[in-house]
Ligand binder design. Structure first.
Ligand code: HEM
Length: 133
């Protein structure tokens, strides 16, 4: 009987240890303001990693287009300098909840949130200096 109870308690401990480990690291990282949301191991190249996303998702009529086709208050993102000065603001806007529709609101406006892997690239590009690379 004693060994049965001992086995039962041991199994319980193992299960609780597994469950705790699975959740704890993620929560700690997101809620700790001193821990960066992403680890940037690779260099992000604007021309190959970000420019195609910006062209297909942000540069649309009524949005970040030039020559009078842009939306009110939206910078022309076909000009690199406009994207560069907004490097941190871009990260802020694409990580807003989609429900934040006013100004300043979630981006891409009226669109779906960018995949986390792309958000990470915008974050790392910003942290790596917003280079025209
Ligand atoms: C992933 C794509 C997009 C990114 C990264 C982005 C980012 C931003 C940022 C950082 C701003 C602040 C000022 C500026 O830089 O112009 C902004 C403003 C603006 N964006 Fe976007 N945007 C995107 C897509 C869009 C789309 C698709 C639309 C239109 C449907 C749009 C419409 C606007 C407008 C009208 C403003 C000015 C009003 C405001 O400040 O909210 N954007 N966007």
């Amino acid at each position: 009987m004693k060994s049965l109870i001992l086995t039962f308690v041991t199994v319980l401990l193992i299960i609780s240890a597994c469950t705790y480990d699975k959740h704890f690291p993620a929560i700690a990282n997101n809620n700790n303001p001193n821990t960066p949301p992403y680890v940037c191991t690779d260099t992000v190249h604007f021309s190959t990693d970000l420019e195609p996303i910006i062209s297909s998702t942000c540069v649309q009529i009524g949005c970040h287009m030039g020559n009078g086709y842009g939306g009110p208050g939206a910078l022309d993102y076909t000009v690199f300098a406009n994207v560069q000065i907004e490097d941190s603001a871009i990260y802020t806007r694409i990580t807003y909840p989609p429900t934040q529709t006013g100004v300043p609101g979630f981006m891409p406006k009226n669109g779906a949130p960018l995949p986390d892997s792309i958000i990470q690239k915008f974050y790392c590009w910003w942290k790596q200096g917003g280079l025209n690379n």
